[in-house]
Design a binder for this molecule. Structure first.
Ligand code: SF4
Length: 466
């Protein structure tokens, strides 16, 4: 599974906002490594710089210097297959209106055909859902709407997931869809009494890294507008039946451990997942180890609750960029071996509890179990800190089709046999919710099939048209 994107927006008069945005995007690099971009407004014009590659590849000091001004939006992107080209990088720019505007989007719209047909826009394989929104906004602006009104008109018709930042002259608008599928938060530069600027980001560590204080999460359906005068907010879109449906996998896997979501630090919730998993399905073993990164806090929690010592068994290579698979190599095995290497002396002859966050296709897990056995593990007991992943995601996460999801067509025992572990247990949905201390709602559609919003069943999940 791959996260779809991270977004940033900053208005801070007198500050070098492109440098702040760079640091913030760097903090959100885990949300997308295919491309990065920024748009600033200065001297009555919007400048966009974007390219394929990591944030550090796309921006040099000279580029950041050139991106002057006190207002910026930024984007880091994971592209679904078929759209890993330069034109898919964001922000997307349109010249409509006095200054034009630029848009950056995290999410996935589910009614793109309907939106495109309604506006007479031709659907092509090069048109992303972010391009489509930009096109629809431009049509509204060209027919006389303000950008804020255009956002209301267009996004009221849009279905699916969107956490979006839009820049026009001296203004950044940030909008979250009525379900709040993807995270979005507001921060403040300077003190409460003397603010020096305002900031929007997908996750709170992007605020921390530039010294901004976390103010609050943007509410589902809310539009927050940042200017040099301060922050205003309107409820742009009716919240969906009053229910927030933040993606439950942000807690399990996607978000950084130091991120706060719904008032909870993600690391703490992952530890609790491990604790409850141990209470639910303990086993006799010598050490508990986590699959880096998100499996590690869950493994610590498992160790604490079970009394089995916590240990490190896998080292993760954090510097994997673009990789190539030799034609005669097993792709999954090669990619696992590149990413993870076993600590043989910790593993050899040991009965292991191995905590991981999810099993999707099962091929990666199978390769991992093989690697641990090759390193001398006596027993491998897999514990998974999410329930079986049975349904594809349509709300901003790139997942395989249902046919390719191992849990969709196999019992837990069949899955255990396939991955080759000695035992396999998944946390229950009740325990996952208890670990997050959810009083409200989260989206759990990929675990339950209960999609909170309509799904585009005709939209292929192997890349799709958008
Ligand atoms: S379907 Fe799953 S991955 Fe997608 S938003 Fe819902 S919980 Fe998250």
């Amino acid at each position: 599974m791959k996260e779809a994107c991270g977004v940033v927006g900053i208005v801070a008069p007198g500050r070098d906002v492109s440098y702040l945005c760079y640091d913030a995007l760097y903090a959100l690099q885990h949300r997308g490594q295919e491309s990065a971009g920024m748009a600033t407004f200065q001297n009555q014009q919007i400048t966009v710089v974007k390219d394929n590659g990591l944030v550090s590849h796309v921006f040099a000091d000279t580029t950041l210097r050139a991106l002057a001004g006190s207002i910026v939006i930024g984007h880091t992107r994971y592209s679904t297959s078929g759209s890993a080209n330069w034109t898919a990088a964001q922000p997307v720019y349109r010249s409509a209106g006095a200054s034009g505007f630029a848009l950056a989007h995290n999410g996935n719209l589910t009614n793109t055909d309907e939106l495109a047909e309604g506006a007479g826009i031709k659907v092509t394989s090069m048109l992303s859902d972010s391009d489509l929104v930009a096109e629809l906004l431009a049509l509204e602006v060209e027919s006389g709407s303000t950008l804020a009104d255009a956002l209301h008109t267009v996004l009221a018709r849009a279905r699916g997931a969107f956490s979006m930042v839009v820049l026009e002259a001296n203004v950044v608008h940030a909008v979250r869809d009525p379900y709040g599928f993807r995270p979005l938060c507001l921060g403040r530069l300077g003190t409460e009494d003397a603010p020096e600027g305002w900031m929007i980001a997908s996750e709170s560590p992007a605020l921390d890294v530039v010294g901004a204080a976390f103010v609050r999460e943007v509410a589902p359906g809310e539009m927050v507008t940042l200017t040099s005068q301060g922050v205003t907010s309107v409820q742009l879109l009716e919240p969906a039946a009053g229910k927030e449906k933040l993606c439950i996998f942000e807690f399990v896997y996607f978000a950084r451990p130091d991120t706060y979501l719904m008032g909870h630090q993600v690391h703490t919730t992952r530890r609790r997942m491990g604790e409850l998993l141990a209470q639910q399905s303990n086993v006799e073993a010598d050490i508990v180890m986590g699959v880096p990164d998100s499996g590690v806090p869950a493994a610590e929690g498992y160790a604490k609750a079970s009394g089995i010592p916590f240990g490190y068994g896998l080292v993760k290579n954090r510097y994997i960029g673009r990789t190539f698979i030799a034609p005669d190599q097993n792709m999954r095995e090669a990619s696992v071996r590149r990413k993870l290497n076993p600590l043989r002396e910790n593993i050899s002859g040991q009965r292991l509890v191995v905590v991981d966050d999810s099993i999707v296709r099962g091929t990666t897990t199978k390769a991992l179990v093989g690697m641990l056995r090759d390193a001398g593990a006596r027993e491998v007991h897999l514990r998974i800190s999410s329930p079986p992943f049975m349904w594809p995601c349509y709300f901003g996460i790139d997942t395989p089709t249902r046919d390719d999801l191992l849990a969709a067509h196999h019992s837990v025992e069949e899955m255990r046999e396939y991955v080759g572990s000695d035992s396999l247990e998944f946390i229950t949905l009740e325990n996952l919710r208890a670990a997050i201390r959810l009083d409200g709602e989260c989206c759990d559609a990929c675990l339950t099939g209960n999609y909170p919003a309509p799904t585009p069943v005709a939209l292929g999940k192997s890349g799709g048209r958008w």
